[in-house]
Design a protein around this ligand. Structure first.
Ligand code: NZQ
Ligand code: ZN
Length: 413
């Protein structure tokens, strides 16, 4: 087990009516004025925004508002938020929504107490040392941003989507009411499931030796997601299934599922698939992050699995109950070819990756880049951003180059 530092300081308020407790909890912690940040209208339509505002009113917490955050949030609106946060002297930023609203809020919180341009942090020209606190009301389980150390922002002008990881990014409080997710469109629910599973897989496939304690947590989270996701797709108002998904989403990305797996000094995980997906949604900002991952992850797996086959066998065994056939023990009389041990491993790994991909597709996720509108001619446009954000060599499960990335994109067309 490798060394690690784990902190998850976010207070989680979970359950029915959690959003109505926002004001009381903020007041109890001494906050007086919030900047509410939200997306493109879902929280207005569902009444969640009004409920949060009512709870702030009742608790005597003042607020100002900034709406209009788009999926794959853009730096322009972050700068507007920084200006408002300073001018109105807010003492906490309060996103109400998903990863996009939360990340926009996290960036505002970093920028509000920084003299330069907040984009400096994302281009690694400066390292944040302070922030305003962030508390969030989550409306979609997906990004895990409600407890993660990440913040991902796009710049349309530079056609870049960049993340920064710092414990400063962890919200102080997160309000998680599974009932708020009943209104999610199926595609967003499915993309959320894909994203949370991907957060666990990025860590599980770090390439390091097995860590049974963490592996069991990680694969248990994925097994639970695979079990409850079809229930949510069949009945969007299944409270228990929604609640399980919401909690999986948080645990998938607060760091717990990576303890001991990361290479010291680096992130807890490989994160190549996230890097490659971020280039897709930087190129076309209407691509949903989880949908991009549904295509990239299986393609990456088929490319790299030979580097550490045992990790894939363990994954297949624990998540889908797939075991390689044993030529010594199993009855193979109906198979004509000779099954060598190597062939048995290859078959089991391929079956595992197929099963994972079919699961994503069964939820309504795409199988190919073409379904996302990405054509062969677009691939060269994805590589400069990848070089910018990941460098010439990246990945810990298997170190890859930009040529490898090109081959993976091509295999997913
Ligand atoms: O914008 P509105 O109108 O609110 O609609 C949203 C949006 O269209 C809608 N929605 C959210 N909750 C809803 C709802 N519609 C009906 N009912 C509800 N309860 O769903 C759409 C997607 O929302 P968004 O916030 O974009 O989704 P998500 O949480 O998946 O966030 C995606 C962003 O997070 C980043 C992604 O790259 C992407 O930019 N990520 C952030 C991470 C982090 N900070 O730790 C990690 C992730 O790997 C990811 O990169
Ligand atoms: Zn993600």
């Amino acid at each position: 087990m490798n060394d690690f530092t784990f902190q998850s300081p976010t207070a989680i308020v979970f359950g029915r009516g959690a959003a109505d407790r926002t004001g009381a909890e903020l007041a109890r912690a001494g906050y007086q004025k919030a900047l509410i940040v939200y997306g493109q209208g879902s929280v207005v339509r569902t009444g969640v925004l009004d409920r949060v505002k009512r709870s702030l009113d009742e608790a005597g917490v003042a607020y100002v508002e900034l709406g209009g955050v788009r999926p794959n949030p853009e730096i322009g609106l972050v700068r507007t938020g920084v200006r408002i946060a300073r001018e109105r002297a807010v003492d906490i930023v309060l996103p109400v929504g998903g990863g996009s609203a939360i990340d926009c809020a996290k960036a505002i919180a970093l920028g509000a107490v920084y003299e330069g341009d907040v984009w400096d942090f994302f281009r690694k020209r400066a390292v944040p040392s302070r922030r305003l606190p962030v508390a969030c009301v989550l409306t979609i389980p997906a990004s895990g941003s409600e407890a993660s150390n990440s913040c991902v922002i796009s710049s349309d002008a530079e056609q870049l989507k960049c993340g920064i990881n710092t414990d400063l990014n962890r919200p102080v409080m997160a309000f998680l009411d599974p009932e708020l997710t009943f209104t999610l469109p199926p595609y967003q629910t499915a993309a959320g499931v894909t994203d949370m599973i991907s957060h666990v897989m990025e860590r599980f496939f770090s390439g390091e030796p097995a860590v049974p304690v963490t592996d069991n947590i990680a694969l248990g989270l994925i097994r639970a997601a695979v079990e409850v996701a079809p229930r949510v797709m069949a009945d969007p108002c299944d409270y228990d299934a929604r609640a399980n998904l919401m909690w999986i989403g948080t645990l998938a990305h607060n760091g717990l599922a990576g303890c001991g797996l990361g290479i010291p000094g680096k992130r807890d995980g490989d994160w190549t698939c996230h890097g490659m997906e971020h280039e897709l949604s930087a190129l076309n900002t209407s691509i949903t992050h989880g949908a991009g991952l549904a295509v990239i992850f299986p393609a990456w797996m088929r490319y790299v699995w030979r580097e550490h086959p045992n990790r894939f066998l363990e994954f297949g065994r624990q998540v889908f109950g797939i075991e390689p056939v044993d030529p010594e023990l199993d009855d193979l009389s109906d198979i004509d070819e000779e099954i060598t041990p190597e062939r048995a491993i290859e078959d089991a790994v391929e079956a595992t990756i197929d099963e994972l991909q079919e699961f994503f597709v069964s939820l309504g996720m795409p199988r190919t880049l073409g379904e996302l509108g990405i054509r062969a001619g677009d691939i060269e446009k994805l590589l400069p951003g990848l070089r910018e954000t990941r460098g010439e060599r990246f990945g810990s499960f298997m170190e890859l180059t930009l040529d490898d990335a090109r081959a993976i994109y091509e295999s997913a067309l």
